[in-house]
Design a protein around this ligand. Sequence first.
Ligand SMILES: [Zn+2]
Length: 322
Amino acid sequence: MPLVTTTEMFKKAYEGGYAVGAFNVNNMEIVQGITEACQEQKAPVVLQVSKGARAYANHTYLVKMVEAAVQECPDVPIALHLDHGPDFETCKSCIDGGFTSVMIDCSSKPFDENVEITKKVVEYAHAHGVVVEAELGTLAGVEDDVKVSAEDSSYTRPEEVEEFVSRTGCDSLAIAIGTSHGAYKFTPEQCTRNEQGILVPPPLRFDVLEEVSKRLPGFPIVLHGSSSVPQEFVDIINAHGGKMPDAIGIPEEELRQAAKLSVCKINIDSDIRLAITATIREYFDEHPDHFDPRQYLKPARQAVKDMVTHKLIHVLGCNGKA
Ligand SMILES: [Zn+2]
């Protein structure tokens, strides 16, 4: 099947009590690792591209790699999505350039300005058969080159969501309920420690999610910054010359819970980076004489595939839903 929008996959996800994974792609091995897992698990998927990915790999290469994945994975609905579109021009360029979904992120702007720019993107996108994700509330953390401190982040205000969605006509809404971008989602001071001394992050604000869902029945909600930062990857990285103290993510049980509610799209990026880096660091340590990139990129790609397979089955619940 050709690239699809997220309309049908979100509708089925909402009704089925699961979420679709939105994984960031930057190179061939990442595209292959994700889509091979989705093909095997018969899972719909959103492949998303950030501004940083376009700067790194170039728009055309990314689109062509995703088109190759579409051809190789005939049983899987795949949407190609712009992650964190900063302005109308970037969204327009992706809409014109073959994307089926874009995010316009004006969440750091005042409410009326966010409405105005989002509405403009929605009008252009809908006229071209493309869907739009918007955002209300601000996540903490680091996304590409944008850094938001925990003090400047703010939860979504449920009392604003109906007006925002009706005025903009957006198709899905990213909200802030305590997830965060990057591999250092929380400082040790924000966390407690369990009996083993492992950091436990503050719980997600399910009360905010429930209030938003009550006000927007049937409307798909998106969670950004939802990597779990698996400790086994952090441990491998630290054991092989890396230095990632206190890297911490969102517990998978909480994401599973959100997926059962109105959350239809869960964004995962850092866990891909960690899987690749852990695998390559370990490989270099064990094979100091190897120098063929295929030797270490092959297990790195497999690590992405294994990690994504785990998420599809145990976190998102979207396996078998293609
Ligand atoms: Zn994000």
